[in-house]
Ligand binder design. Structure first.
Ligand code: ZN
Length: 186
């Protein structure tokens, strides 16, 4: 198999803007053919707009129009990648029998497989701890990460800085965590 351009997505399971996720994937594909791209994500179950969790496999059986509206960055990226004609996404579901450690352990495994770029999708007003943790792993592995906020949705959407992410959307805690954990690395 030829080397593909590996794009790691980390994001809030409540990320509300599929158009922003799709835009980020489209931008990442710039200069490449769809079959050269490889999406990598953690397969977090999507949510309805009211916050109800839907198991991944059950969600795949829903009508396409419903699937398109579900929340969650992994889900939306998976949907967009398939629509854009990318190869089957590489999915890394966490082993939830391992409880709270499951997400972080999965992120370590996922990032260790390597990546050419990363996208972190943040939900406005939330701590986004898992997403930021995964973004820190990417940064420490030398993978450039772009951040996106689901309340910054002007067209075209622009990435927000990890150092001062959207103070208007109450993401300053994200910036503090990022600065503390990446330190002088970046
Ligand atoms: Zn914002």
């Amino acid at each position: 198999m030829p080397d593909r351009r590996r794009l790691i997505v980390a994001g809030s399971r409540q990320f509300a803007r599929p158009s922003v996720v799709r835009y980020a994937l489209t931008q990442a594909q710039d200069g490449y053919r769809p079959e050269e791209m490889q999406l990598v994500h953690g397969q977090c179950d999507p949510r309805t707009s009211s916050g109800h969790r839907i198991p991944w496999r059950a969600a795949k059986d829903l009508p396409e129009m419903t699937q398109r509206l579900l929340y969650g960055a992994d889900w939306q990226a998976d949907f967009a990648a398939v629509e854009l004609g990318w190869p089957e996404p590489e999915r890394h579901p966490a082993d939830w029998r391992r409880r709270h450690a499951a997400g972080p352990e999965r992120n370590v495994r996922m990032v260790a497989r390597g990546g050419d770029g990363g996208h972190a999708f943040l939900s406005a007003g939330l701590r986004n701890a898992g997403t930021v943790g995964c973004a820190v792993l990417m940064a420490k592995a030398g993978i450039p990460v772009l951040f996106w906020c689901d309340a910054c949705c002007e067209a075209p959407p622009v990435p927000v800085s990890a150092f001062t992410p959207c103070e208007t959307h109450q993401l300053d805690e994200v910036g503090a965590t990022w600065r503390r954990r990446t330190g002088v690395l970046l």
